[in-house]
Design a protein around this ligand. Structure first.
Ligand code: SAH
Length: 224
């Protein structure tokens, strides 16, 4: 028997491990470093999405774990990563911990968030959890809609080894393909009829390979 409701962060992460959801030591170590209680006040240690505001939720811990697992081999010290629809900032900070942005100046982690209040909320969360991140040149939370990134901004952002999208798109946005580095990996939920499916997209020799993973439930990636 296991319980789904825990009362501290370590117990939450241990319960994900006991349930077999975290079966990767690197995901375990990464998530252990980022206390969900600093990113959401209500029910932080329950394996459920929680409403933040503006129609936005922090994803469930098991979803964060599954997405991180798929990205582990492209998230290393020195990697460049972007979290599109960064919401609470939880996963963005996991990316920062895993790539060691504090120690490795080649690592570069960006959270992109469409709603200004939500971007500010994530900055407050990070201030509470890991304020040192907010002084770095290679870590940023940016208030921006991914569909509104122009050519100049795209050039400035550069290419990414790891792209995570925390909201479901009606079709694969062209901009994300452009931002994906050779051998990079993109994790994105895509609408399929009445459901959504998580896809893993890789770029090999300039070609796009699409792997269909499993059904999921995310908020919508808004066009404007
Ligand atoms: N991984 C985040 C998920 C937050 S929900 C977390 O666990 O906290 C998804 C987020 O995507 C919302 O905050 C929403 O505002 C944002 N979003 C939706 N459409 C977007 C777009 N076009 N560009 C950037 N962010 C977007």
């Amino acid at each position: 028997m296991y319980t789904l409701e825990e009362n501290n962060h370590k117990s939450l992460i241990d319960s994900l491990k006991n349930r077999g959801i975290i079966d990767d030591e690197e995901v375990y170590e990464t998530m252990l470093q980022v206390d969900r209680g600093k990113y959401i006040k209500e029910k932080p240690y329950v394996d459920t999405p929680v409403y933040i505001s503006h129609g936005v939720t922090i994803s469930s811990p098991h979803m964060h774990a599954l997405s991180l697992k798929r990205l582990m081999n492209v998230l290393k010290p020195g990697s460049r990563a972007i979290d599109v629809g960064s919401g609470s900032g939880y996963l963005t900070v996991c990316m920062a911990m895993r790539t060691k942005v504090l120690e490795n100046k080649d690592s570069f982690v960006i959270g992109l968030e469409r709603v200004k209040d939500v971007a500010n909320y994530s900055i407050e969360n990070i201030k509470r959890d890991k304020p040192e991140l907010l002084h770095l040149e290679n870590f940023k939370i940016i208030h921006k809609n991914i569909y509104q990134v122009n050519e100049e901004e795209k050039e400035k952002l550069g290419l990414f080894d790891a792209i995570h999208v925390g909201a479901s798109a009606s079709e694969l946005p062209e901009i994300l393909i452009d931002l994906l580095a050779e051998n990079g990996k993109l994790i994105i939920p895509l609408d399929e009829g009445y459901t959504q499916v998580l896809y893993e997209i890789t770029k090999k020799n300039g070609k796009i390979i699409k792997d269909r993973l499993f059904d999921v439930c995310f908020v919508t990636l808004k066009k404007n």
